[in-house]
Design a protein around this ligand. Structure first.
Ligand SMILES: [Zn+2]
Ligand SMILES: [Zn+2]
Ligand SMILES: [Zn+2]
Length: 224
């Protein structure tokens, strides 16, 4: 049985490596409302609100790339998302957030939580990593306030960042890092089977953000 399965996998690989390695259950955490954000679930206006305890300059580059990569059909990409999210999916800074430690507000969907070396160690995180995410399922009261049933996605996702390691990155890598970490809140896992925003820079080379296959997965697997 094992030999048969292995032979099949190798045969597929020789025909189409990218397709054979695109294992959806390994690539995403699941589908909304168990993952992702309520602000995207309606398929109309796709907005996610973020805050940061440092408000680093490169966060603005992240927003520019995130918005450009997740543009909808009104942004000049005909057929994008099958007509959903016509203005694309947008990352919007929570202007109520004051850019200091513990600045997360009740309206924040995801939060860049920069940690000093000692905070990172105290949290039990490996010194070899720069970031990872913790997502909470939104409270039933938060869902009720938006007239949607519980569960209704993540609220918030906290993205912990090892600040000394982040600081050593180039500007380009910082943007790639933000894009990759944002994808965990969107519903993706770390995944190295093929090129994707899920490539994490540890087990495989990090990429430039959301690719066409990632956009299709957002529409048809995560929010489908
Ligand atoms: Zn895949
Ligand atoms: Zn953490
Ligand atoms: Zn990751």
């Amino acid at each position: 049985m094992l030999a048969t399965a292995l032979g099949f996998a190798l045969g597929m690989g020789s025909l189409d490596v990218a397709t054979a390695n695109h294992e959806i259950s390994q690539h995403i955490k699941g589908s909304y409302p168990n993952v992702g954000y309520q602000g995207i679930a309606g398929l109309g206006y796709g907005g996610v609100r973020f805050s940061s305890d440092r408000c680093k300059p490169q966060e603005d580059n992240f927003v520019a790339d995130f918005d450009a990569q997740l543009e909808g059909y009104l942004g000049g990409k005909p057929g994008q998302y099958g007509g959903a999210w016509p203005n694309g999916i947008r990352a919007v800074r929570d202007v109520a957030s004051p850019c200091v430690t513990s600045s997360i507000t009740s309206s924040t969907d995801f939060h860049w939580d920069f940690m000093t070396a000692s905070e990172w160690a105290a949290a039990g995180h490996s010194a070899g990593y720069t970031g990872h995410s913790h997502s909470d399922i939104a409270l039933s009261s938060w869902c009720a306030a938006r007239n949607v049933s519980y569960p209704c996605g993540y609220h918030p996702t906290r993205i912990h960042i090892n600040e000394p390691k982040y600081a050593a990155y180039t500007k380009a890598y910082k943007t790639q890092f933000f894009l990759h970490e944002s994808a965990h809140g969107m519903g993706f896992r770390d995944y190295c089977g093929h090129d994707s925003v899920s490539n994490n820079g540890v087990l495989c080379v990090i990429g430039d953000g959301y690719l066409p296959l990632d956009r299709n997965m957002l529409r048809w697997q995560i929010y489908g």
